[in-house]
Design a protein around this ligand. Structure first.
Ligand SMILES: [Fe+2]
Length: 320
């Protein structure tokens, strides 16, 4: 079976990593830079240090990523600043994370993208701490751990966006991750949408591309003002003729068919996803991952978290 995933991977040389760390540390200095208040300053420092140190081939891969048709890009052996204890309740003192934040926002800048947050999730903060939050036990959420988080795209209840618009009302185009720790070695699984589509009969594809589904917001979203879960009441799971190829909005836990044929198509789709080849990178400190949330579905298994202060901790930022 063909794996359509176009996954760019680059490893930074040790010497480059050490120079990048030194240059970034010197520039963030002792100042208390916050990624929400000071995102511009952090991005400028990070982008400057990255441009000065990374080889031109890696800079080119970053710059060309969004127009390349590639699904994902993974950089490894970036600086690994010492991380404070994992903020398992979701929010961290961002001051000690300035080097990580400068590199994260600097990389998003070199990708030619804009980082953003939405008001109804993560208290409107730019960086989401993906941690095993004890309050999210039993939920399929970026704050969960004990439940399997089946294949999904993030915020699938929103419409698809386009270039050069305010990204907030739309499905986030890209998810980016830096890594504070992952001693549990939990893989972040990613699959190219086209690989899954190869397994779906034509008739089912037509149903999945019809507006016969209700898709609700994930558990990470706040409820709407009327106390109800936000949802898209009449939409398609697949859009097969987008400008950049097919795209999907899907989360098994929050997607329902509006009739029997739609539910049957969803069952076929979920069964196919469970058997299709995927990539399973174990994200570690020094890694940076970006993938296209319109053309990639992602998941993770349930896992047993390490003790709170050493538990898995990824740093996610939406970008468009
Ligand atoms: Fe997700």
């Amino acid at each position: 079976m063909k794996d359509h995933m176009r996954f760019v991977q680059r490893r930074i040389e040790d010497e480059t990593r050490d120079l990048l760390k030194k240059e970034t540390e010197e520039r963030v200095a002792e100042s208390d830079l916050d990624p929400d208040r000071d995102s511009e300053i952090l991005a400028r420092i990070g982008a400057w240090a990255l441009r000065r140190t990374l080889p031109s081939e890696v800079l080119g891969a970053l710059k060309g990523f969004s127009a390349s048709g590639n699904h994902a890009l993974l950089l490894s052996n970036l600086p690994r600043p010492e991380a404070p204890p994992t903020p398992v309740h979701g929010f961290a003192d961002e001051g000690p994370l300035a080097v990580t934040n400068a590199l994260h926002l600097g990389l998003i800048r070199l990708l030619g993208l804009t980082p953003y947050a939405v008001g109804y999730e993560n208290r409107g903060r730019l960086i989401r701490n993906v941690v095993p939050n004890p309050e999210a036990t039993g939920t399929a959420s970026s704050w969960g751990s004990d439940s399997e988080f089946f294949w999904h795209t993030d915020n699938p209840h929103l419409p698809f966006g386009g270039p050069d618009v305010n990204p907030r009302p739309y499905v986030p185009r890209y998810l980016t991750f830096c890594v504070a720790r992952n001693v549990e070695e939990v893989p972040t699984e990613v699959m190219a949408l086209e690989t899954a589509l190869d397994r779906i009969p034509e008739k089912t594809l037509r149903v999945l591309a019809a507006p016969v589904f209700e898709i609700a917001a994930p558990e990470s979203n706040d409820l709407a003002d009327d106390g109800a879960r936000r949802f898209h009441g009449r939409t398609a799971v697949l859009e097969l003729d987008g400008d950049d190829g097919p795209r999907a909005r899907y989360d098994r836990g929050t997607t329902r068919g509006r009739d029997e044929a739609a539910d049957a198509a969803l069952d076929t789709w979920a069964a196919a996803l469970a058997t299709v080849p995927c990539r399973r990178p174990v994200l570690r400190p020094g890694h940076f991952l970006i993938f296209d949330n319109y053309r990639v579905v992602h998941r993770r298994d349930a896992f047993e978290p390490a003790p709170d202060d050493q538990a898995r901790w990824l740093r996610r930022c939406y970008a468009s």
